[in-house]
Design a protein around this ligand. Structure first.
Ligand code: PLP
Length: 434
């Protein structure tokens, strides 16, 4: 069950990822270590793109780089012909350093600063997803000052909140993101935007949530938006060229999660939009999507060295590893669940139930509760699966723990793509008192 993508067990009885021995990786690069199965990331990217091609729909599949933004990852996204979402000047900068074609970058965020917007315009950004009225005004001012035109999408909130296993319909969405579709905000924003010469309004954007396991929420959002699109065509003579339905496609963290394949998400979305637009005599827009987690999440595995243990008699056994909330804050932040094996004996039968603790000074720094494992001791290597999204990108230096290295593996070859932080790195920005 753990062996998906290119993970396997090799002849030494060790976990193997991308044809490389995981234990060997820890000897070479140390622990904790993020390891990415490159073939699996390619497969995921191609899965999304292929469905659009098969159904002959113009599309952009934009990798939401906040899930894992590093130069090598962005270069991989470029190799696979993806577009790119960024949400800050730092992510944009990373993409530029990676040499990503700027015209395929989309800039998101609910509080883009003047500096960030100027940077985006100076670089020739592909599209800015305008989130609110203050941003619209600021962007108008900057476009006039610079005398440059920019393509925009309007982020709308259709009143649908999708959660992992259900969705909530709200008349008016209480969200910090976007223009409300129901109360007229979106229409007011659209009027302003299409009346402004420096904007090319490509269309509309919405993102209804994350780790979603069904298509209903996406289809409902599409329905609400297309309904408005039809109205705006009549009232404002505006026809959207692009409908961006965001990301949020769920992945399998544990055996309880049952994600549907990219082809199904995309297939159902396309069919719905085709039908809806046909019914209303609208031109079929380009469909853009923005997967983050579903492109990189299950391709990442974190390797830790097992350290101390503590038995609380009659309650539980804690097993500590040499990382924790500094490299994976998701369990502490939102009770995210993971599965793990010992990389040096992945097939050994579980003989006890342990809870995996991190090494940070925080009781909440627990990575996995109640994990069945074979007896494990110091120097065993714990492999935690599906840490590829929002792991490294949310990593931090709490307790002045250096951030781990990142290695890409593919076809038996390991490539270091992010160096391990050193103690010198930790004090690099510090200045002495005198
Ligand atoms: C976070 C985010 C995504 C990606 O979400 P995933 O759950 O990682 O797929 C896409 N679009 C927008 C606007 C986002 O904020």
């Amino acid at each position: 069950m753990y062996f998906y993508g290119s993970t396997d067990v090799n002849k030494n009885g060790n976990l193997e990822i991308g044809g490389v021995d995981a234990v060997e990786l820890t000897r070479q690069f140390g622990t904790p270590l993020y390891v990415y199965d490159v073939a699996l990331m390619r497969e995921r990217a191609r899965g999304f793109k292929q469905t659009f091609e098969d159904l002959n729909v113009k599309a952009q599949v934009a990798y939401a780089s906040k899930a894992f933004s590093t130069v090598a990852m962005i270069q991989l996204a470029e190799e696979e012909g993806l577009s790119l979402d960024v949400v800050s000047g730092g992510e944009l900068y990373t993409a530029i350093v990676a040499g990503f074609p700027v015209e395929r970058i989309h800039f998101h965020g609910n509080n883009k600063s003047r500096e960030e917007l100027e940077m985006a315009l100076d670089q020739g950004i592909g599209c800015i997803v305008v989130d609110n009225f203050s941003e619209m005004e600021l962007l108008q001012t900057i476009c006039q000052e610079k005398n440059v035109k920019v393509s925009i999408l309007l982020r709308v909130t259709p009143g649908i909140e999708a959660h992992t296993h259900d969705y909530i319909l709200t008349g008016q969405e209480d969200s910090k993101f976007g223009f409300d579709l129901q109360n007229g905000q979106a229409e007011e924003a659209l009027k302003t935007a299409i009346g402004f010469d420096y904007f090319d309004v490509l269309g509309l954007h919405c993102h209804i949530g994350s780790q979603i396991f069904e298509t209903t929420g996406f289809l409902l959002a599409a329905q609400k938006i297309v309904e408005k699109m039809a109205y705006w065509k009549t009232e404002l003579s505006f026809e959207a060229k692009v409908l961006n339905l965001g990301g949020g496609f769920g992945i399998r963290y544990t055996k309880e999660d049952e994600p549907i394949p990219p082809s199904q998400y995309v297939g159902e979305i396309i069919t719905e939009v085709k039908n809806l637009t046909k019914q209303r005599s609208l031109t079929m827009p380009e469909i853009w999507i923005e997967p983050g987690r579903s492109l990189v999440g299950d391709a990442g595995i974190t390797l830790y060295k097992v350290g101390s243990s503590k038995e609380v008699p009659g309650v539980r056994k804690y097993l500590a590893v040499d990382g924790g909330m500094s490299d994976n804050i998701r369990p502490a932040l939102y009770q995210a669940k993971y599965e793990a094996v010992l990389a040096n004996k992945p097939l050994a039968k579980a003989s006890e139930t342990v809870s995996i603790a991190g090494k940070c000074c925080e009781s909440g720094d627990m990575l996995i509760w109640d994990l069945p494992l074979p007896e494990a001791g110091e120097e065993d290597i714990l492999a935690v699966f599906c840490t590829g999204a929002y792991g490294y990108s949310m990593s931090n230096n709490y307790n002045r723990i250096p951030r781990p290295a990142v290695v890409f593996v593919e076809n038996g070859k390991a490539t270091l793509v992010v160096k391990r932080e050193s103690y010198e790195d930790l004090v690099r920005l510090d200045l002495p008192l005198k």
